[in-house]
Design a protein. Sequence first.
Length: 298
Amino acid sequence: MTDQAKTLRGLVERQKAMQNGVDESPSGSHRAKTIAIAGAKGGVGKTNIALNLAIALGQMDQRVCLLDANLGLGNVELLCGLNGYWNLSHVIIGARKLQDVVLEGPEGISVIPGASGLCDLADCSEGDRRELLHQLAEMEQNHDYIVVDTGAGIHRAVRQLVTAADVALVVTTPEPTSIADAYAGIKALSGNDVPIMEVVVNRAESSRQARAIMEGLQNTVRLFLRTSIATAGTIPDDNNVPVAVSRRQPFLINSPHCAASAAVRQLARRMTNLAQSQPSRGSFFPRVGESLTVTRAA
């Protein structure tokens, strides 16, 4: 039986024993580390980075769940050739169970499409909300990492997902508008409870260009926000990336030895070191549920 099948079977078995409440599992149970990928501007390659980072973690023998929380089309599915009709929104309205919508992606990663529907939990009844959060928490216990592909921009729904994560990555490109938007995103998130927030420079023409971008961004953040921001890594501008996109394959699979693939593997190693160095914050999904409850009450 594959790890994916074991995960889904475990979900079904545990759901029978679930009671009301958000987090009633044993205090010593396994908790996945969560990495949220954010981009203050659309078109910076955020989804591609999220997908390939998840695959790189999977290649490191980690059990990975990728949440496609991007509004609109299922870009994660398009990028890795998956075809799924059902998504998390159908689970929220009771049309499907969670195990019905989970897709198996490359390297055995689990993909949950339509996770932007998490924001609809604020409008659910308390019982429905708790039931879904239980199912998601069970899924979390069967994975080592959760990678969240958030929507473009830093609107409230994105902030709720990012602040519930263990690590937040803000993606920018060398374009001046993208850098300005990245700063705006860092500013919006810096006042929230984000344990670790770092920047990824995507499509950099050279390491020198990436360093210049980060130095300028770090100086601006230090001057106006009175805080610091580190660079998580640089993804070079690589012609193999658009080729892989056209083939509906992750570039880490289509061109495993290209420069972009090497950079993503390095990013994955950094993420594991960062995530494991932080004390556990508890389950990701109940934290999201709590933030939605606060929002609804406000």
